[in-house]
Design a protein around this ligand. Structure first.
Ligand code: NAG
Ligand code: NAG
Ligand code: NAG
Ligand code: NAG
Length: 288
């Protein structure tokens, strides 16, 4: 009780100082509030070059024009459609289903505060830039439903905060990089319906307890991918055997068929010749 009283007295006594401090803090906050709207040069380069690599035939990216690139953030809002800001930096890009084509610029890696990158359900082609490794805050990567080709960059494992990697329905080739197993936070991983090959790295397909880390649906639709949680061995070997078998079988069959046809033809013409010969003979006979 006594302590409280003392405190109150003290506070009251310092009132003029307190007002000055409050004013100082207020000015500082005002200053800080204005500060975020000044541009970040690396975000500006990121967005300008990303837009240059896109094709936007339906003009979906409204306001993605030069004056807005220079000043992309206004508090949490952005003048750029699909962009979200935090502390004056681009922190989310959600550009799903906007009929975008073209490629993904490697300069996207300059948006270093990016946490969510969703370019899903467009028609983007070319490779996934390995430069994405510089997005050290990236938690969600969704590039599904595009026409991306080339390999999955192994360096993606350097984005240590990745929770979600969704690359399903693209044209990706090559193996699943075993380094991705190092992403301890990864809880969603979908590479289904690509053209991936090789064995699923145990670090990705590994079971935790009785359950696979990611179930078979994450890997389906890749003809040459094998290993747990898919079938343990390539069935490519089996189908190759089947193809050889069918090839040999049909070859042998056609050989037998043509041989038989030739035999029959020979037999028929032999009989005809014999008959003709016989006719000749019988024709000549009465003369004798
Ligand atoms: C487009 O940008 C202008 C400023 O350049 C801004 O006033 C306007 O609100 C923006 N529109 C949208 C939809 O964000
Ligand atoms: C990725 O985007 C697609 C299409 O927009 C969506 O259906 C899918 O659920 C997303 N993936 C994740 C893991 O959220
Ligand atoms: C598979 O997971 C178990 C724990 O669930 C772990 O001890 C083991 O090292 C893992 N194996 C590989 C190849 O990642
Ligand atoms: C795979 O897992 C997802 C959710 O994690 C679940 O919805 C789906 O039914 C599972 N599929 C199989 C075949 O177990």
């Amino acid at each position: 009780m006594k302590k409280h009283h003392h405190h109150h007295y003290n506070h009251h006594h310092r009132h003029p100082t307190s007002t000055t401090t409050s004013f100082f803090i207020f000015s500082l906050l005002l200053h800080l509030h204005i500060q975020p709207s000044t541009s970040d040069p690396s975000d500006e380069a990121c967005l300008t070059q990303l837009y240059a690599s896109f094709q936007d035939p339906t003009h979906s990216l409204k306001n993605w024009t030069q004056p807005n690139f220079a000043n992309p953030c206004n508090g949490f809002d952005s003048h750029l459609q699909g962009a979200t800001c935090n502390n004056g930096r681009i922190f989310r890009l959600s550009l799903s289903s906007l009929s975008l084509s073209g490629t993904i610029s490697p300069s996207l890696s300059k948006c270093t505060n990016l946490q969510t990158l969703d370019l899903s359900s467009n028609s983007l082609s070319g490779e996934i830039p390995s430069e994405l490794k510089d997005l050290s805050n990236l938690a969600i990567l969704n590039l599904s439903g595009n026409r991306l080709s080339g390999q999955i960059p192994p360096s993606l494992y350097l984005c240590a905060y990745l929770n979600v990697i969704d690359l399903h329905r693209n044209r990706l080739v090559g193996p699943i990089p075993q380094q991705l197993g190092l992403l301890v936070r990864l809880n969603t991983f979908d590479v289904s319906f690509n053209k991936l090959s090789g064995m699923i790295p145990p670090s990705i397909g590994n079971r935790s307890g009785n359950m696979p880390r990611f179930n078979a649906t994450s890997f389906q639709g890749n003809k040459d991918l094998y290993g747990y949680p898919l079938e343990p061995y390539k069935n490519k070997g089996l189908s190759l055997m089947a193809i050889v078998g069918i090839g040999l079988g049909s070859g042998l069959l056609s050989l037998i068929v043509s041989f038989t046809v030739v035999c029959i033809w020979l037999k028929v013409s032999e009989q005809k010749m014999a008959a003709a010969e016989e006719g000749k003979i019988s024709h000549h006979m009465p003369d004798y």
